[in-house]
Design a protein around this ligand. Structure first.
Ligand code: COA
Length: 190
């Protein structure tokens, strides 16, 4: 699905733009994927794994997600540069369509400026507007205190632990935590 453009102000006073991805974002998205992978161990890819991302692949992804009825990708631009993205995708089976998975990552230079908060507000709005979605789900890697703080602020709570889910190049094993946020809607008065 495609969302309406959202203009907002970062904590440092700069202007941010959150919107659905466009073809013009492809070079910026490829840069973001590669750079962000080298900035934190909490993203599930190493920079050298980004060779699989190509302009053609990104275009096909943007086109597919923008046309999808159960998925949205949001990019954030600051001064015209792609600084991060997030995704929300919900299942379509009758038994599981109440569940939406979300994920987010930003370039390090843009952490702690309120972008994650604004992107989550939009993903929550998308979930609330879908009558079937009852819960939002995500995972974070042990030690990611910034992500955990953001998720708890947005109403998520830890529901489980997957031991040794992540293995770094140096052999370090890290747990992954699952979180859920219930989607509550105002009762309709008939
Ligand atoms: C996690 C991430 C998406 C958060 O986005 P963000 O734009 O930096 O988040 P925000 O600025 O909106 O909010 C972060 C909140 O956490 C707080 N915070 C930051 N660092 C913290 C820490 N170490 N401990 C506790 N709270 C912290 C901030 O004060 C802020 O709260 P506030 O708005 O009430 O002051 C971003 O830092 C990121 O992309 N990190 C790397 C990739 C990643 O880890 N992705 C998540 C994978 S699960």
């Amino acid at each position: 699905m495609v969302i309406q453009d959202i203009s907002f102000t970062l904590k440092d006073g700069r202007k941010g733009l959150i919107r659905s991805p466009r073809d013009e974002d492809i070079p910026g998205m490829l840069d973001y994927l590669y750079v962000s992978a080298g900035e934190t161990e909490f993203i599930l890819r190493y920079p050298e794994e980004c060779v699989k991302y190509t302009p053609e692949g990104e275009k096909a992804l943007f086109d597919r997600v923008n046309a999808s009825e159960n998925e949205a990708m949001l990019v954030c631009l600051v001064d015209g540069k792609v600084v991060g993205n997030c995704q929300i995708v919900w299942k379509t089976g009758l038994k599981t369509r109440h569940r939406a998975a979300v994920a987010i990552a930003l370039l390090k230079e843009y952490w702690n400026l309120g972008i994650g908060t604004r992107m989550f507000q939009e993903m929550i709005r998308i979930a609330e507007e879908n009558e079937h979605i009852l819960q939002m789900e995500l995972d974070f890697v042990e030690g990611n205190t910034r992500a955990r703080a953001l998720y708890e602020k947005m109403g998520f709570r830890i529901t489980g632990i997957r031991p040794n889910a992540i293995r770094l190049k140096n052999g370090t094993l890290l747990n992954e935590y699952s979180m859920i946020r219930e989607v509550r809607r105002a009762e309709k008065i008939s």
